[in-house]
Each structure stands twice: as structure tokens, then as C-alpha cells.
Ligand binder design. Sequence first.
Ligand code: SAH
Ligand code: DHB
Ligand code: MG
Length: 214
Amino acid sequence: MKAYSLGPDEAIARYVERTYRPEDEVLLEVRERGAREGLPDISLSAMDALHLEVLTRAVGARRAVEIGTLGGYSGIAISRGLAPGGKLDTFEIDPRHAEVARESFRRAGVRDRVEVHVGPALEGLRALRGPVDLVFIDADKEGYPDYLAWAAEHLRVGGLAIGDNTFAWGGIVTGQDSGARALRAFNEALASGGRFRATLLPTGEGLSVGVKIR
Ligand code: SAH
Ligand code: DHB
Ligand code: MG
């Protein structure tokens, strides 16, 4: 096969941002307020949030689940992509992050469409009934295999499981820390577990996307 080549150079990245204009004033305010509130600077990039909104729209999602809310940046992108009457359930373990996110959803005008669940995601997910149309996984990397197993059971056929950071900051090939190992297991299950037809989009962080097929 033709060898795979990764990623645009900086000039192309700036061109893409100029042209597709991924960050409006609402998202900019959320990013800035998060920094002021001392949240870690680990939200999606603006283009990755746009990818998420477009993917949400593409599957006509009415019910979406996010694991790892932080300040609400990616959650706003998902909620913007939801079909009319749609709902996002987003899970966050840190009550301070959840508080910032609630304010973000209010300012973005999507608070009626978003429920923030505070606590360990795996516990909260147990109470959630499917089927859902989209699951976005972006919390503790060690949890990714379990989150994917939840997604495989609760997504409708045709629904999407999406995972951020699946290059493991370069560690995905040979990294031996717990995060890299878990992300490898996640990619393996998504790519070859039989439940999904999946790809890994070469964003800066690596964005895995699988369509549930059975
Ligand atoms: N999706 C966000 C970024 C998430 S950062 C965005 O792009 O805007 C990861 C978040 O996952 C952090 O806020 C962290 O507190 C949360 N988290 C970590 N472990 C978790 C767990 N077990 N359950 C729920 N949330 C968790
Ligand atoms: C970290 C987590 C993320 O989800 C991310 O996109 C970037 C960094 C982190 O834990 O450092
Ligand atoms: Mg991430």
C-alpha cells in the first residue's frame, strides 16, 4: 500500500483555521475562562471540536454521551451538532470542572440540552439507558477500554464511538506506561474487536472513530 503520511505543516494548519473558522466567540470565552479558573489546558483544539460537531451532525445524533467534560469546550461542540430535541449526557469526576462546564453550557445557550453528571464515569454510565447515537471518550486514558465496552453495548448500530488522544502523545507504538497500554488496547478493540468499522483520523492528538456494525 501507499505509505501513510501524517499531518499538515504549520502553514497548512493556519490556513485550515482561517478558512474553516472553528472557534467562535462563545468557544473562545470558554477556553479563556477555563484558563482563568485554573483548569488544565487540555480541551480539544478548535479544529478537533469542529470535527466532533460535524461527526455529530453526520450521524443525526439525538442522544450523545461524553466521558470527560472538563470546562465544556467539546461538549458545546457536540451539543451544537445534535438534532433538534437532542440531549448530551456528559460525565466529569471533578466537581470544580463540572461547575465551570455548567456555566459554559449556560453561556452557550445549550444548558437545556446538556446534563452534567458528577462522579466517576463508569459508575454514572451504569445508570444510563441506551440506545445512544454517539459516545465521545476523552477522560482518564486507563479507562478507555471499559468506556469502549460500554459504547459497544449501548450504541445503536450505525452510531459512533470516538476517542481522543489515541496517538498517546507519541507513545502509542511502544509506550509502556499505563495510559499508552490502555490506549493500545482501546485501538486494538476498536479496530479489530468485531463490533466496529473504525479508523484513526490523524489529528494532532489522534482521533479514533468507529461506526458500530454489530
Ligand atoms: N473533553 C474535554 C476535555 C476533557 S479532559 C474538552 O475537550 O473540552 C479530561 C477530563 O476527564 C478532566 O476534566 C478529568 O477531570 C476528567 N476525568 C478523569 N477521570 C475521570 C473519570 N473516571 N470519570 C469522569 N471524568 C474523569
Ligand atoms: C491530557 C488529556 C487529554 O484528554 C488531552 O486531550 C490532552 C492532555 C492530559 O491528561 O494531560
Ligand atoms: Mg483529550
